[in-house]
Design a protein around this ligand. Structure first.
Ligand code: ADP
Ligand code: MG
Length: 684
């Protein structure tokens, strides 16, 4: 058995469980070793029942005296109630929807229960505790692992026991001198302590070693990639001054922020150092105009420009806007996506290679090898976190050191952007074009749901349109889709009353629809043929329907701040007053605070800072979304000091050995290649 072996090597781990494990990104034994507990339970002490008070969490070992089942809410739902007792006293254990447990507990047998005690109708009880036969119970400090459907805690514990002897076989990828200098534990010892904790100081050291590791690997990987892409020399654009022609021809005056950003870009383009710039600006802040200015400067300097967007809809939207904007200047704009026909595509490729097409807009179809430019000088990617770093690099390789412009509508606090984007220069558009009406946002409770839909009905009657976004359910796409479907059915019923066209037309959009189906629905919504669009979060990215004036977010307690802000950006794109309703169903104080922040602020950067403060880097700042490896243990906020240390070390190491070619960096290089895949290989 070796760390690189597939998980099925383990006894009792068949294809079904292996498949389930892929949901946790676990395919090898090594992955399993790096699947860290999310928390621990202290089961060193068995508590007598008589000493357990309400709200106390702990372990008891007791005999089942009596077991009863009850039906509730009709429909065959059975609950299970156990009377249990140890020498000191008794309490009850309660399970709902307990069909699967009916045969598990035998009267007279002894079991271990771990959970929180609450005051029930019949005295003290534990609801849904963890349990096992007393003889099988784990002792000591027990790790609790993140799970997925089909995998149990017991599975995880057993598997870790089975591979425990392998921890020692992993060679440490951190060079020894680096470890010594920073007082870091060896990898094998850290893994041992994380999965089989003894507690105390060693445990703290194990955690900090692994946190350091995640930060260090992330930083070293990014810096390695950037060192290749950054600081290169390229051709200076000679006619950046021509951009002023374009700017004065725009139908509006640039905002100060747009002007500053355009100046930064034009200065980059005029210089010899290749541009590597990130433009951050809230939805609707006018990033496209800035991109067009850069494109214009490129074209007038004799170069081609390319813009890649993450979806067909967005790419088309950009194409329509850009080709319209450039038509008066006699600049030819082409479009390429997977949906182009063969003949059409051949023509485009030909005109591109000859230089007849000066600007090409499209989806990731742009990175296909047959797409060849005659003189590519500017590469723009929109909504960049949807692309992998490797896709961007491939596009860049179509030119000789072209200038890079990355646009994102995801506001990221500067502190974080520096980490995620390494050496990219950053421009921020932190101002909205004049005349925008901020979206009026209301935080509602489920009890006010009907009121909200009464308001929606009024807007629909006025000929406007509305979005209803249904909850994010991270355990299952199937659940997410079902929730959208059910909501759509319900709203169809609700809005079947007379609208101007008879019943209001309710549409449905979710992630597992085919791209062509999604496009059809979006186009219908854009034309006004759908009044109310029920959708999962697939609508999050850049869709522009100015006649939509209402955004309803159902179960808003399940959404992060930044995500709600992105969703809200779908409305308020025209000159009409727009509205956003957050319907919250529980979720506690944090959910309430988030809703309150949304209601009081429309500034994406402020919201992003609040998001960081409230929950640490959540889904938005999850590195995954940025096409980077995920952080499991490290927290960008709480572990800021470790991050700083890791950053220093990563910098020192990549400066001393940029290609990671020294023998003492061999393992580190392999590790990074595994983590970053092709991107890193391309960079090295
Ligand atoms: P985003 O940053 O979300 O990509 P867009 O570039 O799509 O924003 O701009 C949103 C809208 O605002 C467009 O209709 C655009 O024409 C308009 N716009 C951009 N800049 C200005 C400005 N300075 N003044 C007025 N309208 C502007
Ligand atoms: Mg945009």
């Amino acid at each position: 058995m070796q760390p690189s072996d597939p998980v099925q090597t383990l006894r009792g781990l068949g294809p079904k469980k292996a498949e389930a494990l892929t949901n946790l990104n676990i395919t090898t034994l090594d992955d399993l070793m790096h699947h860290f507990p999310r928390t621990y339970q202290d089961r060193r002490e068995v508590k007598p029942i008589a000493q357990m008070g309400p709200d106390e969490t702990g372990l008891i070992v007791a005999r089942v005296i009596r077991s009863r089942t009850n039906y509730y809410r009709g429909r065959g739902k059975q609950s299970l109630r156990l009377d249990i007792a140890d020498e000191s006293g008794g309490m009850q254990i309660l399970f709902f929807q307990a069909r699967y447990l009916l045969k598990y507990f035998q009267e007279g047998e002894e079991y271990a229960f771990f959970g929180k005690v609450t005051q029930g109708r019949y005295g003290l009880q534990m609801v849904h505790p963890e349990f096992c036969p007393a003889a099988d119970r784990e002792e000591g400090i027990v790790p609790i692992y993140p799970l997925t459907q089909g995998i149990t805690q017991r599975d995880m514990l057993n598997w870790q026991k089975a591979i425990r002897s392998l921890y020692g076989q992993i060679e440490d990828h951190l060079p020894e001198d680096l470890r010594e200098k920073n007082g870091l534990l060896g990898l094998a010892q850290a893994l041992e302590e994380i999965h089989f904790p003894q507690g105390g100081e060693t445990f703290v050291k194990a955690r900090s070693r692994l946190i350091f590791d995640e930060f260090f690997l992330l930083q070293t990987g990014i810096m390695t990639i950037r060192s290749k892409t950054g600081a290169r020399k390229g051709a200076a654009f000679e006619r950046t001054d021509a951009a002023e022609e374009y700017i004065s021809a725009l139908p509006f005056a640039l905002t100060f922020a747009q002007r500053r950003c355009a100046d930064e870009i034009l200065a980059d383009l005029a210089g010899e150092r290749v541009m590597n710039r990130l433009v951050q600006g809230d939805v609707g802040s006018g990033k496209t105009a800035v991109a067009e200015i850069a494109i214009y400067a490129a074209v007038r300097s004799g170069y081609q420009a390319v813009m890649m967007a993450p979806t067909e809809i967005l790419a088309r939207q950009h194409y329509d806007g850009i080709s319209r904007a450039f038509a008066p200047f006699g600049i030819r704009v082409g479009f390429l996506s997977g949906s182009c026909g063969a003949a059409e595509k051949r023509q485009i490729l030909e005109d591109l290679a000859s230089g007849d097409i000066q600007v090409l807009v499209g989806t990731h179809a742009l990175i296909q090898p047959e797409v060849q430019f005659s003189r590519l000088g500017l590469v723009i990617t929109d909504e960049q976190h949807r692309f992998g770093v490797d896709q961007r690099i491939r596009l860049q390789q179509k030119g000789e050191d072209p200038n890079i412009l990355v646009m994102t509508a995801t506001p990221i606090p500067r502190t974080l952007a520096v980490i995620l984007y390494g050496d990219l220069d950053i421009s921020v558009i932190d101002e909205m074009p004049p005349g925008r009406k901020p979206v009026k946002t209301y935080a509602l409770d489920v009890s006010q749901r009907e009121k909200c839909y009464e308001f929606v009905e009024k807007e629909l009657a006025a000929g406007h349109q509305a979005y209803v976004v249904t909850p994010l359910i991270d355990t299952s796409d199937a659940l997410e889709i079902r929730s959208a479907q059910e909501t759509a059915e319900e709203l169809k019923e609700r809005f079947s009353g007379a609208g101007p066209h008879g019943a209001y037309r309710v549409g449905l959009l979710h992630g597992s629809m085919k791209t062509s189906e999604k496009d059809q629905v979006m186009e219908a919504f854009g034309r006004g043929d759908i009044d109310l669009l029920v959708a999962t979060v697939v609508i999050e990215v850049g869709i522009n329907v100015p006649t939509a004036t209402v955004m309803v977010i159902e179960n808003s307690e399940r959404f992060g701040l930044a995500q709600m802000h992105q969703l809200r950006g779908r409305v308020g794109r025209g000159d009409r007053q727009s509205w956003c309703f957050l319907i919250r169903d529980g979720g506690g104080e944090i959910a309430e605070e988030r809703a309150a922040i949304m209601a009081s602020s429309s500034d994406g950067f402020a919201i992003a800072e609040e998001d960081l403060r409230l929950r640490g880097p959540g889904d938005l700042f999850g590195t995954r979304q940025h096409g980077l490896p995920a952080l499991h243990m490290a927290d960008l906020v709480r572990n800021r000091d470790v991050l700083a240390m890791a950053r220093e070390e990563a910098k020192a190491l990549t400066e001393a050995d940029p290609a990671l070619s020294l023998p003492e960096h061999r393992l580190l290089k392999e590790k990074l290649e595994n983590m970053f895949g092709e991107e890193l290989t391309l960079a090295l």
